[in-house]
Design a binder for this molecule. Structure first.
Ligand code: PMT
Length: 393
């Protein structure tokens, strides 16, 4: 998303200014170029040399009168302006159209998208003047990320911490992503389920949740309202995604059935445990009890949703150990899905817990094999196909 984009970063006088170095590195890792304007106050918190080394090539500028026309040239060449961290002072001046330093002048000269990541004490953030300024900026299309709640530099706790680097970068990616899922309500399931034998032991599988979380994140980036129903997973929840945590197949079934009626797209990526112990023992079982464990079949959630009178566009996954596309097609037909993703989990770099995946998309028009790529790219390709099918082809 950010490859080849030119990003202008404004750094202002907050203790979070040192985090700008990681932000610059993160943006550059995505293939963007970064040029920087600092305020005089920010130089108390981070040196121009550190920022210059991180953002190189190109000098960091801060003085309105030392670098001729920087307030026009820098914004003219930028695709996106990010202010991180953004102090109450810079926000207030921007909202009022004041241009008394290089950064605020450059903001007024910029006509493209602006993201601001506020950072300040929680009382300052809650101040009605600051909130009024934020509303003013939002009404002109300025995008805000954060601030987050947590421990603050002053020793207090509250809302005022600059948003995390990944959150700011994700907001930047979203700026350059077509919002072709705006208005869609997307329901995604992810991860494994756990079926308890007793309070300490369970039956589960190797799903990490990475594929489902990547789908939720990609759908959110494209403008959808996303609900993620997830089994136990250590993956970070994507920003802006409503998350429902469950453990067992029955809990996942309940969560899906409660929400599917409001959804326009349903992606069942979770690896639901097919079997569960017939009964969960109330206390930790003696070792001798394990060999007599009796199993029952879990509810098939996708099959159950196929019986609904009204069902959203539905996508299932088929995890197979071998190139058994016929089985995936049978599942797609049995579960009456609009699309199925065949996933041979024995392939190198594919399936459970890997960062990449290699899948084949199956729909009413045929099969499309995708190369092995990061799960976020697989997710984007799946959503591309879904939007094309929803448009009728
Ligand atoms: O989470 P990761 O580590 O990133 O791994 C990703 C993945 C391998 C888990 C994922 O890509 C995948 O293949 N998910 C589907 C796993 C699966 O359970 O496949 P299945 O062939 O057993 O089931 C077919 C479909 O029915 C699936 O959409 C499944 O969610 C659904 N199902 C299965 C059983 C059940 N009781 N209820 C269901 O709804």
């Amino acid at each position: 998303m950010l490859k080849g984009k030119s990003i202008l970063l404004g750094i202002t006088g907050s203790v979070a200014a040192y985090k700008a170095i990681d932000l610059i590195k993160g943006l550059k890792n995505e293939g963007a170029s970064v040029s920087v304007i600092m305020t005089g106050a920010s130089k108390h918190f981070v040196t121009t040399m550190s920022i210059e080394i991180a953002a190189s090539p190109g000098p960091v500028v801060w003085d309105m009168f030392e670098t001729r026309m920087a307030h026009i040239d820098r914004p003219r060449n930028a695709d996106l302006f990010i202010i991180a961290p953004a102090t109450a002072n810079t926000i207030g001046k921007y909202a009022c159209g004041i241009a008394d330093n290089l950064l605020n002048a450059a903001l007024l000269a910029f006509t493209g998208p602006v993201i601001i990541a506020p950072a300040m004490n929680w009382r300052m953030w809650q101040n009605p003047m600051v909130q009024k300024n934020m509303q003013q900026l939002a009404s002109t299309g300025v995008i805000t990320v954060g601030p987050e709640t947590g421990p603050l530099a002053c020793g207090e706790e509250g809302q005022g911490r600059m948003a995390g680097i990944e959150t700011i970068i994700e907001a930047a990616r979203k700026v350059f992503t077509p919002q072709d899922l705006a208005g869609e309500q997307v329901l995604v399931t992810a991860g494994p389920t756990r079926e308890y034998i007793d309070p300490v032991r369970y039956i589960s599988n190797r799903s990490s949740g990475k594929m489902g979380y990547a789908l939720a994140k990609a759908a959110r980036r494209r403008g959808a309202a996303v609900t993620l129903i997830t089994g136990p997973s250590a993956v970070n929840v994507p920003d802006g995604v409503e998350t429902v945590r469950v453990e067992t197949a029955s809990e996942m079934q309940q969560a899906v059935m409660q929400r599917i009626g409001d959804s326009s797209l349903f992606i069942m990526c979770a690896a639901v445990a097919d079997f569960a112990p017939e009964a969960t023992l109330p206390e930790k079982a003696e070792k001798s009890a394990i060999p007599s464990l009796k199993l029952r079949l879990n509810p098939d959630i996708l099959l159950e949703t196929s019986r609904l009178a009204k069902r959203p566009f539905t996508v299932g996954f088929s995890a197979e150990t071998g190139h058994n596309i016929a089985r995936a097609k049978k599942k797609m037909s049995d579960k009456k899905a609009d699309m199925f993703i065949f996933n041979d989990v024995t392939k190198e770099g594919a399936g459970f817990d890997s960062e990449t995946n290699e899948v084949t998309m199956i729909d009413g028009h045929g099969e499309t094999a995708l190369p092995c790529m990061p799960k976020e790219e697989v997710a984007a390709a799946i959503l591309d196909r879904i939007t094309s099918l929803k448009r009728g082809g």
